[in-house]
Design a protein around this ligand. Structure first.
Ligand code: PXL
Length: 276
């Protein structure tokens, strides 16, 4: 039977991130995708100025109450960029609308390249950590993992012991599995580390020296879609990494605000069929 997931994150109308990425990608994976927009912005907050922001937090308890009345439940919940007030609301929705045993996937989208995103205060990571505690899979980049675990941010020149500290810190928050993105031990490769509290696995790709907004959202969306279709966590993590590399390669230099994932969408379902 087709699975139905819920994804909670913002709509950035223009910018190839959050819901405009999650909805097409998870759907292309063959998974019904219900959405809950936490806010509507004219664009994302990275690289644009003067964007609009409409907070929809007030709608969240009303939407939850209706779903509770209708008995609407989800086979997984996947959260992304949220504002502070949307974190407790998301936890309440997970508690009442996720089916028993439904995987909870948390992308703590709040920081990159050593800095919190525009508008997030220094106390935001501790709030996001509460949502991470509910996660079956938490998917931070290195900057986010360092903020969440209170470790120093190291963007290069680290070794495995640093990655181990971040991974263990994420598990200590309460997450069942930590999937860390943007891991690199040398100039040539970039990849992920997956840790379940006992075993650690890595997957690497060639490093492309191009950083594009929204690639974390593309990564989390492919991972979620593949996992819910039945792929193992490491094969979903690897497929998502390959997909992001393909999208970055398909993005012309003059396209600066996001990654062009659209040309790769049509082959995604077939790629998932090969790994399940
Ligand atoms: O890609 C993460 C993201 C999502 N939504 C909004 C953002 C960002 C990153 O900056 O600004 C609104």
């Amino acid at each position: 039977m087709t699975k139905r997931i819920l994804t909670i994150q913002d709509i950035s109308c223009v910018g190839q991130c959050s819901l405009t990425v999650a909805l097409p990608i998870v759907s292309a994976c063959g998974v019904e995708t219900a959405i809950l927009p936490g806010s509507v912005l004219s664009t994302h907050t990275g690289g644009f100025t003067g964007f609009t922001f409409k907070d929809l937090t007030d709608e969240m308890p009303k939407i939850r109450a209706h779903w509770e009345k209708e008995g609407i439940k989800f086979d997984a919940v996947y959260t992304g960029y949220l504002s502070e007030t949307q974190i407790p609301q998301s936890i309440a929705i997970i508690d009442s609308c996720a089916k028993a045993g439904a995987p909870i996937i948390v992308d703590p989208a709040m920081a990159d390249n050593g800095k919190l995103y525009f508008g997030f205060g220094d106390d935001f990571p501790s709030k996001m950590a509460k949502l991470c505690a509910k996660a079956d899979y938490v998917l931070p980049n290195i900057t986010e993992a360092a903020f969440l675990t209170g470790n120093e941010i190291k963007l290069s020149g680290y070794d495995e012991s640093y990655i181990d500290k971040l991974l263990q810190g994420l598990i200590d928050l309460g997450a069942k599995n930590a999937l860390l993105t943007g891991v690199s031990f040398d100039e040539k490769s970039l990849g992920i580390a997956l840790y379940d509290g006992k075993h650690k696995q890595y997957y690497f790709n060639e490093k492309i020296n191009k950083s594009l907004h929204g690639t974390g959202d593309i990564y989390a969306s492919v991972f979620t879609g593949a996992l819910i279709r039945g792929a193992s966590p490491i094969s979903a993590a690897a497929l998502a990494a390959d997909f992001v590399v393909e999208c970055i390669k398909n993005t012309p230099d003059e396209h600066s605000y996001g990654a062009c994932f659209e040309p790769s969408l049509s082959s995604l379902g077939e790629k998932i069929s090969k790994i399940i």
